[in-house]
Design a protein around this ligand. Structure first.
Ligand SMILES: Cc1cc2nc3c(=O)[nH]c(=O)nc-3n(C[C@H](O)[C@H](O)[C@H](O)COP(=O)(O)OP(=O)(O)OC[C@H]3O[C@@H](n4cnc5c(N)ncnc54)[C@H](O)[C@@H]3O)c2cc1C
Length: 387
């Protein structure tokens, strides 16, 4: 990106609130594209010493290309070669293989922590300083300059990038909000008989169970994202490890053998929470600050990284003005709309207790298995999105 873009006509001051993966990627792409680092402020409310979360994230091929080009790809990402999708208690299933798409991997599993280490190191190398323990929010705009609160200071900025993300359970309600009545337990598990590189998504009546392959210093493991009723989530989080593994086996079936719990469990409430508009005055939203999705298709961060790349590109082309922000919002409409609708549809339809609908969806999975064109279209969107 940095090699091809011209120097922006007039830069201006950019303030990024939130140094999670999306805000950090946006700052990095700006700095590597030639934005003066003295005019780039990246702050995070979290103190530097605070632990991050244990989440592992599936990143698609497009995100890998983006992060690699920015020098922030974690070396120990685990490739996903095959994805197996099935429905509990029904026959339909489909298998998506990297060879059908001519790519080295369908996606990669990366620990949130490791991704942040790679981004922090790349920011450091690019001369961008992250100020931790500094919450930011926009205040008023006058004469085309926005005033923002940065911890105890008030500073002017030409553009305020809201990248404060967060999970569904901790966010204020936005224009479109839907509570799926589900929570996700995230944990690391060991499966006795899992083929290397295979990821699994198994739909149950109360939510999907995803198993993502993860190479760790202790050997092969899987990151489990087990969605279900919040009451079950709380109960499963408190269960003895052996009972937890047995219940998981009973829900997931025999496909990968027996499970052993290999790490702590964390619970996340799940919902859809999106803004209709990405730009308000000189404030622009990206990542989870713009849209928070159900993790069913593993799309939240992939979509957020595409927001970050598109915004950085427009700012580098046009400078920190309203033209860049509006062009960014226009360019993101299609991808956001499609990804949000697809994710929402999957989260709602597959978690239905209504038997005829379950049969229909089982049939749809089976049909997908015999329809390479449709499978390729769906896979392409999940692998790279719309740019
Ligand atoms: C269980 C689960 C599994 C998931 N799996 C996947 C997956 O497989 N693939 C995928 O693509 N996505 C996945 N996601 C979604 C993904 O985690 C998010 O989309 C992603 O973390 C969003 O990144 P972000 O930088 O926008 O926000 P965050 O990761 O939430 O980071 C925001 C940062 O902003 C800081 N902040 C907050 N408020 C302020 C403020 N006022 N001022 C300054 N800083 C502030 C926070 O401290 C934080 O560091 C999953 C989500 C969940 C819950």
């Amino acid at each position: 990106m940095s090699a091809t873009l011209p120097t922006p006509p007039s830069c201006g001051t950019v303030l990024i609130a939130g140094a999670g993966p999306v805000g950090a990627a946006c700052a990095l792409l700006l700095a590597r594209g030639g934005w003066p680092v003295a005019d780039l402020h990246l702050v995070d409310a979290r103190p530097a010493a605070a632990g991050r979360d244990s989440r592992a994230i599936a990143l698609n091929h497009g995100s890998r290309v983006l992060l690699e080009s920015a020098g922030a790809w974690p070396a120990d990402a685990t490739p996903i070669t095959t994805i197996h999708v099935s429905q509990r208690g029904r026959l339909g299933r489909t298998v998506i293989d990297r060879l059908d798409h001519g790519v080295p991997a369908l996606g990669y599993v990366v620990a949130y922590d490791r991704l942040m280490q790679a981004l922090d190191a790349a920011l450091d190398a690019a001369g961008v300083q992250v100020r931790h323990g500094v919450p930011a929010r926009p205040l008023a705009t006058s004469a085309g300059i926005l005033l923002a609160e940065l911890g105890t200071e008030r500073v002017p900025a030409d553009v305020f990038i809201a990248a404060e993300g967060g999970a569904f359970g901790e966010q204020d309600a936005r224009r479109r909000r839907f509570d799926y009545g589900q929570s996700a337990i995230v944990a690391t598990v060991q499966a006795s008989d899992a083929p290397a590189g295979w990821a699994y998504e198994r739909f149950t009546a109360h939510g999907p169970i995803a198993l993502l392959p993860q190479q760790t210093p202790q050997g092969p493991r899987h990151c489990l994202v087990w969605c279900g009723l919040p009451l079950d989530g709380a109960r499963r989080q408190a269960m003895e490890p052996q009972a937890f593994a047995a219940e998981l086996h009973q829900q997931f079936g025999d496909r990968v053998g027996r499970f052993t719990l290999a790490g702590p469990r964390a619970v996340f409430p799940l919902g859809l929470n999106t803004h209709d508009t990405l730009v308000e005055g000189r404030v622009v939203r990206i990542g989870n600050a713009a849209q928070t999705l159900h993790p069913v298709a593993g799309q939240g961060l992939n979509l957020g990284l595409r927001d970050a790349a598109c915004l950085a590109q427009e700012l580098l082309l046009q400078g920190a003005g309203l033209a860049a922000l509006h062009r960014f919002a226009d360019r993101r409409r299609l991808d956001r709309g499609l990804t949000t609708r697809l994710t929402d549809w999957m989260a709602r339809s597959f978690a239905t207790p209504f038997a005829p609908m379950q049969h229909l969806l089982g049939g749809a999975l089976g049909l997908l298995d015999f329809t390479p064109g449709a499978r390729a279209m769906l896979s392409r969107h999940l692998m790279v999105g719309q740019r």
